[in-house]
Structure formats: C-alpha cells, structure tokens
Ligand binder design. Structure first.
Ligand SMILES: Cc1cc2nc3c(=O)[nH]c(=O)nc-3n(C[C@H](O)[C@H](O)[C@H](O)COP(=O)(O)O)c2cc1C
Length: 438
C-alpha cells in the first residue's frame, strides 16, 4: 500500500488532512465529505490516540481500480476474465518468494487507530482487514474482508458470512475440533486488496491471483505465532485464531446496505501477535461508501460476466451499479429474444444478488442509471419488457425475506427495429473544449 500511496501522492490523487481528527465519527464524517467532492484518496496525518496516519478511499475510484488490474479500456470484467484464465494455467506455489520478516515492530491492538464510524456502532471496528487463511484440508489460501469489532487487546468479534469461504474454512477446522489460524492484513498491496474482494472457486488460490494481477511474485515471511506466511509489504499484521464452537455478541454495526445490523452472535478471534512495518500507515474503509462498493461491484460483475459469457454470445460488459443487488448487462443483440435469455441467465449467475436484472444495448452507459432507465423508457413498452419472478430467495442474511423475488427488465431496442433507435450525435463534440471558448 505504501508504494501505491506514493504513486497517488506524486500525481496529486490524494487529499492530505493535517489538522488533528477524532477517530470517533469525525474521521468517517470527513471521509464522506471528501468523497462527495471527488474520488481522491484521503490521508489523515494526525488521528487522536495513535501515532499512525490513516489512509482512506484508496479504492473509491473506478478508474483507479481499472488501472490496478490493467483494464486500459475501462472494461474491468473482460480484463478480469483474462487474468482468471492466467490463474487457471499458472503453477501453484510458484507465486511466492520467501524472505525474512524480522524487521517488523511488535505492538498491541490498542496502538492502532481505533475508529468508530456510525452513531450506533457498538464501538471501534477494523473494516479494511483482509483475512488470510489456509484451508485446513487443502492448504489453499483464501482472502476476504470481515468486519471486526475491537473488544480488547486480545479479542475481536468477527462476522463470517455463511456464503463466504472463510466460514467454510472455519467449519472445516471446527469439524476437527481445532481453532482456525488467520492473519488480518491491514494496508495490503492494491493487487491483494482487489483479489480479496473476489469470490473465486474453492480450488483457486486468491493469493496466487494477487500475484497474477501484480505480474510478479509476492514476497512472504513467516508469521510469529501461527502457521501462515504473510506478504511482507503489508503495513500491519494481526495474527490469531478463531475459537471453535464459540459465538459471542457482535454489533450493532452500520454496514454496506446503509442500515445497522443489530447485535448478533458472531465469531471470536483471539489475537496472538500484532506487528507493523516501520512508520506504518493504517487503512480505513467507511462501509457502504464507494471504497467498499466499487471493488465489490467490479468483482461481482466480473463473476456474473464470466458466467454469462459461458452461456450466451454477445455479452459486452456487466455492472452491479448503483448497488450490488442491481445487475445491468450490456449486450450486442444477435437475435430476437437474446435479451430475454440473458435476463434468465443473469438471475442464475449470482444467487445472493441480482435482485433486479436489466439488459441494455451497447450504446448505453451501464454505470449511469439515468441512461439505463432512459433506455427502458424510450425503447419500447413498459408492460411486456418487465417481469417479476416471485418468491425466489436472495441475499443469504434475510430472516424477513426482504430480498426475495426478482425483477427482470429488458431495456434493449426491439431487435427488428434497431435502426429506428439510433442515438443522435453532434459530430466533433468529443474534441471540443468549452474552456477554449471562454
Ligand atoms: C470492506 C468490506 C467489508 C466486508 N465485510 C464483510 C463482513 O463483515 N462479513 C462478510 O461475511 N463479508 C464481508 N465482506 C464481503 C466479503 O469479504 C467479500 O465478498 C469476499 O470477496 C468474500 O470472499 P470469498 O467469497 O472468497 O469468501 C466485505 C467486503 C468488503 C470489501
């Protein structure tokens, strides 16, 4: 992350806040205000109660995320598919280089910035930590984010969503009556961050995927107290293990949907060691903002894109925008009814999300819901182009069935009258600069 911060600083992509900032609410509030102004990353140089500066909104930019994976044309999904193909043919265990990690400084959790984000949060949370763990049976690495409530220097309470791999790793360890060792990586390389947002299949190593995005090996060193290696460019590493058969109250916490998740019994993580690089920088993410949603949106869209490309022709791009549960698919129509087939496949492509699925032509901006909605309104009838699928379960955490059902919208042009819907253009407008005329 340090090298990435340097790059952002050199090109003026980071806003530096020098005045002292309170980690309770003030840091989160200023982050939101900065995000409302533009997508610059933010560096808080002075945070009360800690010596560590705090970086935030590093990944709250679509353009920066595309740059990280090398999607030069802005099509993240297509580039991700290329990288994923490379993962399938690359050699396991050739991706890392073992080095010494002895130059790190040891400390305790309370030395880190303890940030409270929203009014009713139970207390400080670590929101940007990438959990790295090895499957107890296969040894395959998984990377994923899990909000972690600070209890004291020895304990965190963590939500392991039951549809995520770390939960299955935990269950596999529990079946052996063993704790599951994990390292929380705070302030990772951008490649590892993006890989952690993705849900790869059980046999695919997400650390290896990080190396493929990076295009070089990852330098790793042994943890001090657990049988794991950590990437040495990680700013802060928290080592420990999940206790088997143990759940304790965690929450409330203001999370990605914009509401508070109430107190629930969640997993207990015992901290065995904390270390950091010299002059570490802490990474904070305000849940539910662009820095949380854009990386998840892109990696979820990439998964849906890959699934759709396996099923059907003409898939150009996918966005899960403006919220993860909305899937917008851009196609190049090849036959009458093509969009209808894409809609059905899009529902099946992600069982947790895809609550609404919309298909548009390739002249519509899938990141602009105004444009998407305009296409639905201007390219055909309202009644025959929308369909409701009733009583289908959606998001895995949904006791009240708030996320059941699907809405499918075909917002494409009528296949046989496509020429009637040519978008009007002004020749040469792209090259015009208004400022040249003022
Ligand atoms: C900032 C951030 C916070 C997240 N917090 C949680 C969480 O608290 N619990 C959870 O189960 N998933 C959480 N997620 C989602 C998963 O970590 C994410 O979907 C990940 O890709 C899951 O990986 P897996 O499918 O390989 O297990 C979070 C994601 C991000 C980006």
């Amino acid at each position: 992350m340090r090298e990435y911060l340097k790059k952002l600083t050199e090109r003026g992509d980071i806003r530096s806040i020098r005045k002292p900032v309170d980690p309770e609410f003030e840091l989160a509030g200023l982050t939101l205000l900065s995000q409302q102004r533009d997508d610059a990353a933010v560096m808080f140089n002075s945070v009360t109660g800690t010596n560590m500066p705090v970086a935030t909104n590093l990944y709250g930019s679509r353009q920066r995320l595309c740059e990280i994976v090398g999607a030069d044309d802005g099509n993240f999904c297509q580039r991700w598919s290329e990288l994923h193909r490379q993962l399938k043919t690359s050699v396991a265990n050739k991706y890392r280089e073992v080095v010494s990690g002895k130059d790190r400084i040891s400390g305790k959790l309370s030395d880190l910035p303890l940030i409270t984000y929203f009014e009713k949060d139970a207390g400080p949370y670590f929101t940007s930590a990438v959990f790295m763990a090895k499957h107890p049976d296969t040894g395959i690495h998984n990377l994923s984010f899990h909000r972690s409530m600070y209890v004291d220097n020895d304990e965190l309470r963590v939500r392991l969503g039951s549809s995520h791999d770390l939960y299955h790793y935990y269950k596999a360890a529990e079946a052996r009556n063993e704790p599951l060792a994990a390292a929380l990586l705070l302030g990772t390389s951008p490649e590892l961050f993006v890989s952690a947002c993705a849900s790869l299949s059980a046999e695919e190593d997400e650390l290896q995927m990080a190396a493929i995005i990076k295009g070089s090996t990852v330098s790793m060193a042994s943890c001090e107290t657990i049988d794991l290696m950590f990437p040495t460019d990680t700013e802060i590493v928290i080592e420990g293990y999940f206790l088997p058969d143990t759940l304790k109250p965690e929450g409330p916490f203001g999370e990605f949907m914009g509401y508070y998740v109430p107190v629930g019994d969640n997993h207990v993580f015992k901290v065995s060691h904390v270390s950091w690089r010299r002059e570490p920088v802490f990474h904070s993410i305000v849940c539910g903002t662009a820095e949380d949603m854009y990386p998840l949106d892109y990696t979820t869209a990439a998964r849906i894109y890959a699934y759709l490309c396996d099923q059907l022709p003409g898939i150009v791009n996918v966005a899960c925008h403006p919220f993860l549960m909305n899937t917008v698919v851009q196609i190049r129509q090849e036959y009458e009814g093509h969009a209808r087939k894409v809609l059905l496949a899009a529902v099946a492509a992600h069982m947790d999300y895809s609550k609404t699925c919309i298909v548009v032509d390739d002249d519509v901006n899938i990141y602009d819901l105004n444009d998407v909605w305009w296409a639905y309104l201007s390219r055909g009838r309202a009644d025959t182009r929308a369909q409701i699928l009733k009583d289908i379960p959606g998001f895995y955490r949904d006791d009240n069935k708030d996320h059941w059902g699907r809405l499918l919208i075909d917002a494409t042009k009528p296949f046989h009258r496509r020429d009637d819907f040519e978008r009007k253009q002004i020749p040469g407008m792209d090259a015009m600069k208004l400022d040249d005329y003022l």
